[in-house]
Design a protein around this ligand. Structure first.
Ligand code: ZN
Length: 406
């Protein structure tokens, strides 16, 4: 599918001009790091800064430094410091720390690590007008090649526009050895596409969000490939981990192509963001993004299969002349089919259990009160007419949601 997209006629069949946003070089292989030097030479880049933390220096950073020894490339390291909870966070402190270590003559910044280090590098390099190269150390998230950088500024998490990397080098020898919970998180981020794709179809129909069938299919193919290979991913088999990493990168590309997070982020991500903000406010240690999405997509699947489905089945009984209700009613059959495309929560749970991920909010320290609150409010975090938004804004009466999550 992606090869086709690389040779895409512009505008696409969906009528939009997808920007030329694909990364120049993508290598997901054993020994991928050895291709960094030839790439730098080809780009005539010889002054680089490598952003790492203590862990990612151990697993990949020191190896990159070694590979570039005795070459024309001069390297400088920036060790990003963890906060008082021992997490590296994409916040003011980390941004300033990296900013101050990027000398004016640095030509490219290498992000060596998982999602957070990428977000710090993504924003700093973008603001300084320098390109960056992605070196993931775990298949943990679909944001490596995104242009958005979710940052914590003054205690609030907001996504800022930044840039995608010019190249991604994911070494299978490294990412297949990543801690199990990081692999499970990447798989969980992919599972969230079951609900995000349905929310995208709905927000296109009702909210008028742009839609592209090719981009939809890229995301769906990536998701299906990961699910088909769940057993291999569970044992960190290299060929299965390669498929997971490809899936995450393809999901990122889908977002780049549409210029929005629509394909990859629906109600399940809004719940996850809500929980994350609560953890920030209550100064609790963060939980992996994909681990939250793995849990939230089960809750959303269950909610859509039960509460939302029942509403749709009886929508003609709803009073009023509301345009949205009318449109939903007219498209009832199609929306029900979309919901049917989401596996049951129990099937999702089984998949997550296979990779050793958490299955219920309590496993992640997320209490039921917070879950309930997020079901009522998380849809307000983004301007998207997801099915959860529809439920909350058009259907729900105040006391009703208490029955949903018992
Ligand atoms: Zn995600």
């Amino acid at each position: 599918m992606l090869e086709e997209v690389n040779a895409w006629p512009i505008p696409c069949e969906c009528g939009q001009n997808h920007n030329d946003v694909l990364v120049e070089k993508l290598v997901i292989n054993e020994g991928a790091l050895e291709e960094i030097l030839p790439f730098l030479e080809q780009k005539s880049m010889s002054k680089i800064l490598i952003a790492v933390d203590a862990n990612t220096y151990e697993v990949a950073g020191q190896f990159v430094v070694k590979l570039l020894e005795d070459t024309n490339v001069t390297t400088k390291l920036c060790f990003l410091d963890p906060n008082e909870l021992n997490d590296v966070v994409a916040d003011e402190a980390a941004i300033v720390q990296l900013l101050l270590s990027v000398d004016r003559d640095i030509e490219v910044v290498l992000a060596v690590g998982s999602g957070t280090i990428h977000d710090i590098v993504r924003i700093v390099s973008y603001k300084m007008g320098k390109p960056f190269i992605s070196i993931p150390t775990a298949p943990s998230v679909d944001g490596f090649n995104s242009i958005g950088a979710p940052l914590v500024v003054k205690g609030v998490k907001t996504t800022y526009k930044a840039q995608a990397p010019i190249a991604v080098f994911a070494d299978l020898d490294i990412i297949a050895k990543a801690p199990k919970e990081l692999i499970a998180a990447g798989f969980g981020d992919m599972l969230g596409k079951y609900t995000s794709l349905v929310d995208w179809q709905f927000s296109h129909l009702i909210g008028g969000d742009s839609f592209c069938p090719v981009v939809f299919q890229i995301t769906k193919d990536a998701l299906d490939a990961c699910v088909t290979n769940v057993d291999g991913i569970a044992v960190a088999n290299k060929s299965a981990i390669k498929i997971l990493m490809h899936g995450l990168i393809d999901s990122g590309k889908a977002m780049l192509l549409i210029g929005q997070s629509y394909p990859a982020s629906g109600a399940e991500h809004h719940l996850s963001h809500y929980w994350e903000m609560n953890f920030l406010q209550t100064k609790r240690r963060q939980v992996l993004h994909g681990a939250k999405v793995a849990v939230s997509c089960q809750l959303v699947a269950d909610f859509y299969h039960t509460v939302v489905k029942n509403i749709l089945l009886t929508i003609e009984n709803l009073p009023g002349e509301d345009d949205v209700i009318k449109k939903v009613s007219e498209n009832q059959k199609e929306i029900l089919e979309w919901i049917e495309s989401i596996p049951d929560a129990s099937q999702l749970k089984e998949l997550i259990q296979k990779v050793g991920g958490a299955t219920v909010p309590e496993d992640l320290g997320i209490e039921q009160d917070l879950v309930k609150e997020s079901f009522r409010n998380a849809h307000l975090l983004r301007e998207r007419v997801t099915l959860l938004y529809f439920y909350n804004e058009y259907i729900r009466t105040n006391d009703e949601i208490n029955v949903i999550q018992e």
